[in-house]
Design a protein around this ligand. Structure first.
Ligand code: G3H
Ligand code: 13P
Ligand code: ZN
Length: 309
């Protein structure tokens, strides 16, 4: 099976009232943990790569790992650039075999976001690649960019039709109160489902993307705190809210922090219990297994995409 775009995946997800998981990959154990879970659950999959991941692992290494996973699983997999910040990185990923790219123009004024996104869409579509755009701005940390809560902004439903029509994007990431990282809410978690509903009305049948959708699973935060870490107050998006979004127009749900937490917690626990060990295979093995279990849980109990491959 060859890598595919998200076009067909999103159509089925929209009609079926579920969402496809987009999981960030940075190394072999993460790719294997995610893809083994998806294989067992027969789920369609989006593997996404950030600029930071490309810097860390190099584009070519990540592509080879993903190709190996494709051979191993036979699943429909899309490879997606997460948060492309300019035309050059999008072009480089399109030329380098990705089937989907995000151009994140959310920091630009609306007309500039349209102009820059359209440039990427024109190039991508000429090469059979799909594009995710973004309107509104999430709070939180991505790589070196830290968006404070005061600079974050909900998506304005009045802008979505013009944006989609003028840019030609294939999906749209929106801001309804989620944020990147492990500290998403100070008080009670709250998402603006009224905004999502309005956007869904304005763009019938059009796939919406939710970033910042880790639940920050308490089990792993507790383990991190137990074994020498310091993450007091870490809080994520409740799973029932994600299930609600997946039943609406949200077709792609982005999860990275939950994988980082599972990996880190498992390795901390391993060293807490085995301080004399130093063979990386000994601690990467349970860490990879923890990622697999987290992804299985998400596919079945949060996204509802198990059995849909
Ligand atoms: O949204 C950001 C993703 O979690 C990727 O994070 O830029 O640190 O690789 P990163
Ligand atoms: P989390 O930090 O909530 O996992 O969000 C990941 C994300 O949005 C990647 O683009
Ligand atoms: Zn994101």
């Amino acid at each position: 099976m060859a890598l595919i775009t998200t076009k067909e995946m999103f159509k089925k997800a929209y009609e079926g009232g579920y969402a496809v998981g987009a999981f960030n990959v940075n190394n072999m154990e993460i790719v294997q943990g995610i893809t083994e879970a998806a294989k067992e659950e027969k789920a369609p999959l989006i593997l996404q790569v950030s600029a930071g991941a490309r810097k860390y692992a190099k584009h070519g290494y990540l592509m080879k790992l993903i190709e190996a996973a494709l051979d191993d699983t036979g699943l429909p997999i899309a490879v997606h650039l997460d948060h492309g910040e300019d035309f050059e990185i999008c072009k480089s990923c399109i030329d380098g075999g990705f089937t989907s790219v995000m151009f994140d123009g959310s920091k630009h004024p609306f007309p500039e976001n349209i102009r820059l996104t359209k440039e990427v869409v024109d190039y991508a579509h000429d090469h059979g690649v799909v594009v995710e755009g973004e309107l509104g701005r999430l709070a939180g940390v991505e790589d070196d960019v830290n968006v404070s809560a005061k600079d974050a902004a909900y998506t304005d439903p009045d802008q979505v039709e013009e944006f989609v029509q003028k840019t030609g994007v294939d999906s749209l990431a929106i801001a309804i109160g989620t944020s990147h990282g492990a500290f998403k809410f100070k008080g009670e978690p709250k998402l603006r489902f009224d905004i999502l509903e309005e956007i869904q009305k304005r763009l019938p049948g059009f796939p919406i993307v939710l970033h910042g959708a880790s639940s920050v699973m308490p089990k792993y935060v507790e383990l991190i705190n137990k074994y020498g870490g310091k993450m007091p107050g870490a809080k994520g998006v409740p799973e029932e809210m994600l299930r609600q979004a997946a039943g609406m127009a949200v077709c792609k749900i982005n999860i990275d922090s939950d994988l980082r937490l599972a990996l880190t917690a498992t390795i901390r626990q391993y060293f807490g219990e085995n301080p004399e060990h130093f063979d990386p295979r000994q601690y990467f093995k349970p860490a990879r297994e923890a990622i697999k279990q987290v992804v299985k849980h998400k596919l079945v109990h949060v996204l509802g995409c198990n059995g849909k491959a």
